[in-house]
Design a binder for this molecule. Sequence first.
Ligand SMILES: [Mg+2]
Length: 232
Amino acid sequence: MNLNERLIDLLDESKALFLDFDGPVCDIFAGLPAPVVAERLKSLLIGAGAQLPPDVAELDDPLKVLRRTPDFAPDLLEMVERAFMIHELEAAKTARITPGVDQVIKESADSGRPVVIVSNNSEPAIKTVCERAGFDDRLSGIVGRPIGHPHLMKPHPRPILLACEIVRTTPSEILLIGDSDFDMQSAAAAGARSIGLAKSPNKAKALKAAGATELISDMNELLTSLTQAADW
Ligand SMILES: [Mg+2]
């Protein structure tokens, strides 16, 4: 079977489509780069008196800074969360929408597969981007970052399970599209299948190793299969 046939088979068995946000839906940090936000969060921590562990000082991903904060500055977690949410909202204004995702959302919803965004980004930023792109009212739900509980973000299975509750289905009947190891691991931990969105052979290898059921390099590949899958 070729990729399209395998994707159609997967979709035929899937009653809902879950989309990771940063990657499959948009590049949220296209205009306000993630390393800039990471630096802002680290400066904020230092300004509040925290001693950054060496590995944290080198981080250029704000989500990783947030994830590590409870380990060395638990009292500052709320402050970092609040600042990060404001920076994400700023980034949302210049996020770049992923080619093909609007059609994927429309086609999936039209075929009877509700679409839920499952993300480690915060909900206000996700809503802002989806409203700007004009597909907010086609979504069945948004599961954003568990504010104040970074250990419950993906790769924890909880976000997937919450999204399943929204569409009243079980993990075995959904398909998660994501572009990170954590997405694949979260899906696998929940008992769900996943499609890894990989732009390079190395990324594809990593996502496969993290548990991806299938791999695509472009959202339009998924769109092609969606148009041929059976309706629910
Ligand atoms: Mg992502």
